[in-house]
Ligand binder design. Structure first.
Ligand code: SAH
Ligand code: SF4
Length: 366
């Protein structure tokens, strides 16, 4: 216990410190970490929670990640791609409900048709909202030119998780071939930054075979990449994927949730001014999983705006809370009375403070 107090007082956390924080066993030690994270959060990004309306554009994907329910090799999935007017209607709905931003997420495709579709969507969402809706993209690995094209059209944030920073673990959860190279993802993150995006990355927590050392290295990778935003969440098994075979190695759900929340708190301490999203996958482990994440240091929430009829086909993992509509989620949060003073912010982009500090050459890791 005294060593935890000492670690939490340090300016710079080492790998050993992170491992120690991620392996605490007593409630008293955990509480100290969460208290510190709450303090760091209030001092650096305040108590606001920013909203992004999530639009799951398409479940067609060229990749075969071994954990993902919409991988190209899963023949059980009915494939869809939203029509342009359907996406525009979702964005309009978000705009009318005073959301500051939307996220367009999709399975990964690199053909010209897909690139043009995303490009048109970005431009049309900008037009419908008179430039007021912020746009985050999460459409996987693309060429430098494509990132530039989408940026020029109006997207200003991009989420691309590296999923696991340890190459051994990474190739246990991805096919080891050119299409899935870890280095491509890391290069993409660099291109995105050079293009001028606010860049987000992250990983899955509780993967089979993942150790506390791996998680500490993942956190250090985020710090080294100097990301502006993080989306990290628990790995949830999906029966139609190869990784399902290793389900015996998984932590029980309550422990996976507890570890995910601890990771959020430790990340908040490590990178005080970034945006951290409360991952949807947390709600697969507990009804109020995302709310627990907000109370642990996350400051971004991404309610789902995808039309209901498509949602059951965007099952990246099992038990995905696909029936929760965006409006219902906000209502539930407002009614729960359990926001601990955190305030949902409508009508604001809620850009990453870290990004602002980074471009000004100020602050942490600039
Ligand atoms: N195709 C894009 C974006 C969609 S996938 C991409 O891969 O970047 C978005 C995220 O869903 C992935 O980054 C991955 O971390 C997460 N995901 C996929 N399968 C999952 C699973 N079984 N459990 C938890 N998260 C999963
Ligand atoms: Fe495709 Fe993304 Fe799923 Fe990988 S994680 S299979 S890239 S949708």
């Amino acid at each position: 216990m005294p060593d935890i107090v000492h670690i939490l007082d340090k300016e710079l956390l080492t790998r050993e410190d992170l491992i120690r924080l991620l392996t605490v066993t007593s409630k008293a030690e955990r509480d100290l970490i969460f208290q510190k994270a709450a303090k760091v959060r209030s001092e650096n990004v305040g108590k606001n929670v920013y909203l992004r309306g999530l639009i799951e554009f398409s479940n067609r994907c060229e990749k075969n990640c071994l954990y993902c329910g919409i991988r190209t090799g899963n023949a059980q999935v009915e494939r869809y791609c939203l029509e342009e007017d359907e996406v525009i209607a979702c964005a309009q709905h978000a705009f009318e409900n005073n959301y500051g931003s939307v996220v367009i997420q999709s399975g990964e495709r690199t053909n010209e048709d897909f690139i043009i579709k995303i490009d048109n969507l970005v431009r049309k969402i900008k037009i419908l909202s008179h430039g007021k809706l912020g746009i985050t993209l999460s459409c996987g690995d693309q060429s430098k030119e494509t990132y530039q094209r989408w940026f020029d059209s109006g997207a200003h944030r991009y989420l691309l998780r590296f999923e696991a920073s340890d190459p051994d673990l990474y190739y246990k959860i991805h096919p080891n071939n050119k299409k899935h190279f870890l280095l491509n993802r890391l290069n993409s993150l660099q291109y995105l930054k050079e293009t001028g995006y606010q860049v987000g990355s992250g990983m899955m927590i509780g993967l089979p075979g993942q150790t506390p050392e791996n998680l500490a290295d993942d956190l250090l990778m985020l710090k080294m990449l100097n990301v502006d935003m993080v989306g990290m969440g628990p790995y949830i098994e999906h029966k139609d994927t190869p990784l399902f075979e290793k389900r015996d190695q998984l932590l029980p759900k309550d422990e996976r949730l507890a570890l995910s929340l601890l990771m959020i708190a430790v990340l908040r301490i490590l990178m005080p001014d970034i945006n951290i999203a409360a991952a949807t996958a947390l709600d697969s482990l507990a009804d109020d999983g995302r709310m627990q994440a907000i109370c642990s240091g996350a400051n971004v929430l991404m309610p789902n705006f995808t039309p209901l009829k498509y949602r059951e086909n965007y099952f990246l993992y099992e038990n995905k809370p696909y029936l929760t509509e965006a409006d219902a989620l906000i209502k539930k949060i407002n009614e729960s009375g359990n926001l601990n003073g955190y305030q949902i912010k409508f009508g604001e982009w809620g850009d990453s403070k870290h990004f602002a500090n980074r471009v000004k050459g100020l602050g942490f890791d600039s």
